[in-house]
Design a protein around this ligand. Sequence first.
Ligand SMILES: *Cc1c(COP(=O)(O)O)cnc(C)c1O
Length: 396
Amino acid sequence: MTKDQTTNYGFGTNAIHVGAPIDPHTGAVIEPVSLSTTFAQSEPSKPLGIYEYSRSANPNRDNFEIAVAKLENAKYALALASGSATTALIIQSLPVNSHIVSSGDVYGGTHRYFTKVANTHGVEATFVGDLVKDLKSNLRENTKLVWLETPSNPTLKVTNINKVKEILNEHESVTGNKVLLVVDNTFLSPYISNPLNFGADIVIHSVTKYINGHSDVVMGVLAVNDDELHEKLRFLQNAIGSIPSPFDSWLAHRGLKTLHLRVKQASESALKIAEYLSSHSKVSLVNYPGLKTHENHDVVLKQHRNGLGGGMISFRINGGAQAASVFTSSTKLFTLAESLGGIESLIEVPAIMTHGGIPKAERESNGVYDDLVRISVGIEETDDLLADIEQALERV
Ligand SMILES: *Cc1c(COP(=O)(O)O)cnc(C)c1O
């Protein structure tokens, strides 16, 4: 029995069936974990099947990649050892003396890579507050790539991908220089948004977050449509060896099959929590893309499925760093920890945790003050989560 992968099914159906063939030998509905590092050949250089050596390709990784490509509306996907390895691979594909422009409030590890690693192999980064406003004046002769995170981390600013692409298209038509647009789609997952549809050349994810979704795998993935770009990145990955294990690929693929249910539930709870926080006297500001009051809500309605805001919220609490510390130490269901996108709710203070490595002035210019709290809404019961936030706010 083969599965029909050509019909135009909805997201949830594709998440479950694409890249999930029934095993032709045993009939197993769920693929086995394929641990073999090497694959037999019948004659020198004539493999029995399509595999030779597991760094180059592995059945579990292939199946996961096929599924992600489908869900990101891409031709190809490439799974990597981590989200950070994905970033590193893309930057290493650039020639020396390249320049990149990045949104300012990117993931802390991305900022660290751009400022402390990329420069050691001749790639320089410029950070701008708002890509739509500030990109054009920051493009140089040697600009090769634009890095965009939407919604941004942790202030959840939403950027119009299409507008950024228009600026790059205009730049290309004037100078002849092609600049790649990379979108880090980790915060939304492919269920809420597909950046390639809006003009991105590469979409990336930390699979560690929503795609795996169970806080038990560190992995990354990228997806592209361009044949040449895909070839180049796959070649580089094989040369560098930044691959995920078969077991992690298998686990992440299992997680992916429930992505639509998890993200829908997290978004639904997050909207209620964001509304509750917005009306609370101890909260001075709420950043949540699903709120109608969000400054880029018009873009959210265009770029996000059903205007969903996702599971991430950040807010400023009255009483400074001390209040943020008391609040985040008082929740019972929201675990005080870094990371996001899992089934369990998490809470953290970006200024001294995830974004602690960014200089204070730069951090604050991006809205990351000492009193900013970031939460990742999990899929527990909404009322229980609301009650937990309420009791913790009472302690502040
Ligand atoms: C976590 C994260 C990364 C890095 O991914 P790892 O899997 O931890 O290496 C990159 N971008 C965003 C937005 C993230 O949240």
